[in-house]
Design a protein around this ligand. Sequence first.
Ligand code: GDP
Length: 180
Amino acid sequence: LPEYAFIGRSNVGKSSLINMLTSRKSLAKTSGRPGKTQLINHFIINKEWYLVDLPGYGYARVSKSTKKVFQKFITKYFEQREQLICAFVLVDIRHKPQPIDLEFMQYLGERGIPFCIIFTKADKLKPNAIDNHVDDYRHIMLETWEEMPKHFITSSSKSIGKEEVLEFIDELNSGMVENA
Ligand code: GDP
């Protein structure tokens, strides 16, 4: 089955977004290695696709060795990624573009991995501030990329952007649109 990976800095709102996307969906959580701490969770959605919940990067409060373990899991996933259709990189809409996120997108780009940006916590900003922050992002992205990647404005607390993301995934699954 096709896979879609969700990743971002810790605290970006990934768990909340995944809850929003998966609520009232026919969902089964699959566990890879019983007994071990699950760093990577796979959720099967409507028996059609896997939502892959990757560990957050850039934890401020964990040791260097823990960071390394997380990084290893993340790189290992992206090296194997046979069924991965698109990665969704989550960024907090309130923050200026952060080097760690930009570097991560660079990493995906260098490996030819399609990705989209999901802006989270849009309820925290007024609409014109949202536009300004997206423009800041576009400006920085265009220094390296030919175009601004496909992006979504979401808020898990106000349930914004859910249908857009799910419809995009359905379209990719049905082959209606070219990859991101
Ligand atoms: P994760 O560490 O990336 O999985 O982030 P969480 O989903 O646990 O969210 C981190 C914090 O941000 C929590 O306090 C959430 O309540 C808050 N949060 C997450 N999504 C939203 C959102 O859309 N709007 C607002 N206002 N807060 C959010």
